[in-house]
Design a binder for this molecule. Structure first.
Ligand SMILES: Nc1ncnc2c1ncn2[C@@H]1O[C@H](COP(=O)(O)OP(=O)(O)OP(=O)(O)O)[C@@H](O)[C@H]1O
Length: 229
């Protein structure tokens, strides 16, 4: 537990520093440094197995890593999820238990379901569903919207666009742009064409190192073998 209480007032800077993770002899993350500020969308790209999910789990605090430092405005917050209102996290796997009614999930997260889905009228017909009764794409979209609209300073999204149909991805991307006014978003998703225009900062995880991409991002993504063309 951190000694300093988190102060939710004003701009926030979330930093992950010195993150090292190895499985056996294999070093997946080697001394990673990453920063997300409120008002920013930060994209995290990388080839399959490069460690994106492990990094998000570590920042959230779901994976405990010796010496890992997660700081907010310079104060160490490990595990970060202990700080109420600091951050939430969409894992790659379903977030909500299948039997949980959607309305109850929204209440637990302090989210107004009507407001969170205002740009997606088609979802209204599913408000009385339990999480496990939703289609894969609708479940992903609703879970992302609930976390996006929840009152946290940061949201970490592991593949929020996965399974979501294109027309909804476009609206979701607009919704992310709108809501970044009040929070910082860290997004990893292989839908790079949708992710890149959203981002203020793009990182590439490559062979255990986190590279901040500047200039011609697509060219660098090709150079590092993330894009073919
Ligand atoms: N509990 C574990 N034990 C051993 N190896 C693991 C464990 N969890 C993850 N790994 C390994 O760590 C590496 C990074 O996994 P991770 O899930 O973070 O990749 P990713 O970048 O999110 O990949 P993808 O794009 O496929 O989702 C992979 O090689 C994976 O096999």
């Amino acid at each position: 537990m951190s000694a300093v209480a988190w102060n939710p007032v004003g701009p926030q800077v979330l930093e992950a520093d010195g993150i090292r993770v190895a499985f056996g002899q294999r070093q997946v993350l080697a001394n990673i440094y990453l920063q997300v500020k409120t008002g920013q969308i930060v994209g995290l790209l990388g080839r399959n197995g490069s460690g994106k999910s492990v990094l998000l789990q570590t920042i959230f605090g779901a994976r405990s890593v010796a010496d890992a430092s997660v700081r907010v405005n310079g104060h160490r917050m490990v595990p970060a999820f202990h700080q109420r209102g600091l951050l939430n996290y969409l894992p790659q796997v379903p977030l909500l238990p299948p039997a949980l009614p959607l309305r109850q999930a929204a209440r637990m997260l302090g989210v107004n379901l009507d407001e969170a889905t205002a740009s997606f009228p088609a979802l209204r017909a599913q408000f009385d569903y339990r999480s496990g009764e939703l289609s894969g794409g609708s479940a992903r979209l609703l879970q992302t919207l609930l976390l996006l609209h929840a009152n946290t300073a940061f949201s970490l999204f592991d593949e929020p666009f996965s399974g979501v149909m294109p027309v909804h991805i476009e609206t979701l991307a607009e919704e992310m742009q709108r809501l970044k006014q009040r929070k910082g978003l860290l997004i990893t998703d292989h839908r790079y064409a949708e992710v890149l225009p959203l981002c203020n900062v793009v990182y590439l995880l490559h062979q255990g190192r986190l590279l901040k991409l500047e200039g011609d991002v697509r060219e660098q993504l090709r150079d590092y073998g993330y894009l073919a063309h």
